[in-house]
Design a protein around this ligand. Structure first.
Ligand code: PBG
Length: 292
């Protein structure tokens, strides 16, 4: 779910029919409804005002930043009745749109980024997140965040590691959803879609660094990776059915070319069949209703 700063009413995301940028209030209502319909958890993304974006994404660490205030709202409303998860990344908050901070030559600086992630994760834990979800694909991010959370007294906060996250064309609609400032691409830190072996190495590294859940993303074009991860991982495996997957099925359904509900459920079933223990999907609240 997306929550945006500086809007008075929910703003539709054209490429993701049914998904919106929420206001703080509409997020509270939608979250309560989703929990009532039986979802297993909520992943929250923050969309700041453009004017609040800067080179280091400082509004992500600010306790009064949109994501942190929304987490506090939901923690207060929902308590332990759901699993409250936060996207732990800089791209929504930086003026250049990259998932990390840049060095003098404009490259993403891996280690400097990890210290920023620690600040984000601690701010999110303080705001009530049960789980932080580092999605920026820096090397060593899980270890850095685990150390940072432990040092701040958040040993009990879990890490959902985006372990095998591919540089994918299927993220297109998400960039609209978070009003991304990105120009260029993320190929220096996200993975090559042709490389399965590297994905499994990334997953092993994250497990060694203390990940509580490892995630493969996107889901549909990477079910072989989901299946391989399920075979080798001692911790639960999640798969993220991303914005482009949602958009394709929704668009075809809107034309009457596929039965939207049947196609959505078939795609979710295939992700489970491949071995995912946890599925992140924009259909979560609806699917929970369909399956009830
Ligand atoms: C980046 C991030 C991305 C998504 C979630 N967090 C990808 C990106 O822009 O590279 C994509 C999610 C989706 O497409 O549904 N931190």
């Amino acid at each position: 779910m997306f929550v945006a700063d500086g809007i008075d009413e929910p703003r539709p995301i054209a490429s993701m029919p049914g998904v919106v940028q929420h206001t703080r209030d509409s997020l509270r209502r939608a979250a309560a409804n989703a929990v009532a319909s039986g979802v297993g958890g909520l992943m929250i993304f923050g969309v700041p005002r453009d004017a609040d974006k800067d080179a280091t994404g400082s509004c992500g660490r600010d306790p009064d930043g949109i994501l942190n205030v929304a987490l506090r709202d939901l923690a207060q409303d929902l308590g332990d009745s759901t699993v409250l998860m936060a996207d732990t990344c800089l791209d929504e908050f930086t003026d250049h749109g990259h998932c990390g901070v840049l060095d003098a030559s404009g490259r993403v600086d891996n280690d400097a980024t990890n210290s920023q992630y620690v600040g984000l994760a601690v701010a999110q834990a303080e705001s009530g997140a049960h789980v932080v979800g580092p999605s920026g694909m820096m090397d060593g991010q899980v270890a850095a965040i685990r150390d940072g959370l432990d040092a701040a007294g958040y040993e009990h906060v879990a890490i959902l590691a985006y372990a095998a996250k591919f540089a994918s064309a299927f993220y297109g609609p998400f960039r609209e959803a978070v009003a991304s400032s990105l120009t260029g691409d993320r190929r220096s830190y996200q993975q090559d879609s042709a490389n399965a072996r590297e994905a499994l190495r990334e997953i092993s590294l994250d497990i060694d660094e203390g990940a509580d859940i490892v995630m493969v993303k996107p889901a549909m074009s990477y079910l072989d990776i989901v299946a391989a991860a399920a075979q080798m991982s001692p911790v639960p495996v999640a798969a993220y059915q991303v914005s482009g997957e949602y958009a394709m099925i929704s668009a075809a359904a809107a034309h009457g070319w596929v039965d939207g509900r049947a196609a959505a459920l078939e795609s979710l079933t295939s992700i489970r069949r491949a071995g995912a223990d946890v599925v992140l999907t924009y259909w979560a609240a609806q699917a929970a209703g369909w399956l009830a």
